[in-house]
Design a protein around this ligand. Structure first.
Ligand SMILES: NC(=O)c1ccc[n+]([C@@H]2O[C@H](COP(=O)([O-])OP(=O)(O)OC[C@H]3O[C@@H](n4cnc5c(N)ncnc54)[C@H](OP(=O)(O)O)[C@@H]3O)[C@@H](O)[C@H]2O)c1
Length: 270
């Protein structure tokens, strides 16, 4: 991680719950000294207290970054405490779902560099994917720094327009829940075919995890990987004829689900 600027000027973490802790753990594992980090959180966990970071202490004057990881509904209360750091050289990096860049500009000042990010829960095991978009005040070096920081918990992709965040939220932000539901329903379907619940769940989890890893690492596309395991008139083909049905199969169902999530994200951002 290119953390020189952070080591000299400091990094502030506003809110250190699930997402904040996952990121902090990634940075500390990556070699960021705990002494460079200031955390503001009303109820610090035992883990957090043991890290050696500055906890609810006086903040540095011009930290390199403020990472905002409070729940969107806490934003109105939490942000004004940091308004003094706005309109300066401190980059505000927010992972809050549904809070647009304009809301940060309104609370912190129009010339504040702000990067809005949408991560997802596999960040907790370093396997997340985060999409980022900066406002016009963000320098290329600050975008690189944001990418570096978020890279501690997985992959990072850049967007060219904040409007894309709603679709990203609907695909990767909410997506882990769709996959968890796939695991649940695959296991239940296995039970219906006579498997014991534990065995069905073990098979479903390993299948989704293994297929996901294969899709991610294989040089072949998911489409080709699917074709490779589908023998003519075999068992897989029988299932895929149901799943790929244009009227009520996966394509129609997922399109509806992703659209519902994106619509809700647009609504929340208003
Ligand atoms: N979890 C995810 O996978 C995920 C994915 C995408 C985006 N996000 C975003 O990440 C943000 C954090 O989510 P989370 O799941 O990590 O939530 P969380 O576990 O509830 O963490 C939020 C933390 O902020 C603390 N907090 C509350 N009010 C505060 C204040 N005024 N000043 C400082 N800290 C305050 C909370 O303390 P208390 O618990 O004591 O209130 C809690 O420790 C959200 O905006 C969410 O949209 C999360």
């Amino acid at each position: 991680m290119k953390t020189n600027d952070i080591q000299t000027r400091g990094l502030v973490l506003l809110g250190c719950g699930k997402m904040g802790s996952a990121m902090l753990a990634g940075w500390l594992d990556g070699g960021l000294p705990a002494q460079s980090v200031w955390v503001i959180d009303p109820n610090p966990s035992a883990w957090l207290r043991g890290t050696g970071v500055h906890l609810n202490a006086v903040l540095p004057d011009r930290p390199a970054v403020v990472l905002v990881a409070v729940k969107p509904q806490m934003m109105g209360e939490a942000l004004p405490t940091l308004a003094a750091l706005g309109n300066g050289e401190t980059l505000f990096l927010s992972v809050a779902a549904g809070t647009p860049i304009a809301a940060f500009e309104a609370a912190l000042g129009e010339t504040t560099p702000i990067v809005r990010a949408m991560p997802n829960t596999p960040a907790a095991i370093g396997r997340g994917i985060t999409a980022i978009i900066g406002n016009t005040r963000t320098t290329p070096a600050q975008l690189d720094l944001a990418e570096d920081l978020l890279g501690a918990v997985g992959q990072v992709v850049r967007l060219d327009d904040e409007g894309q965040i709603d679709a990203v939220t609907a695909v990767s932000g909410s997506g882990p829940a769709y996959v968890f539901h796939l695991i649940e329903t695959l296991a239940t379907a296995g039970e219906a075919e006579g498997l014991a619940p534990d065995l069905a769940m073990t098979l479903a989890k390993a299948t989704v995890a293994g297929a996901g890893a294969l899709a991610e690492t294989s040089p072949e596309s998911p489409t080709q990987l699917r074709v490779n395991v589908t023998s003519p008139n075999g068992t897989t083909q029988a299932a895929l004829e149901v799943l790929m049905n244009e009227v009520d199969g996966f394509p129609a169902l997922l399109a509806r689900a992703v659209k519902a999530a994106a619509d809700r994200s647009r609504e929340l951002g208003k």
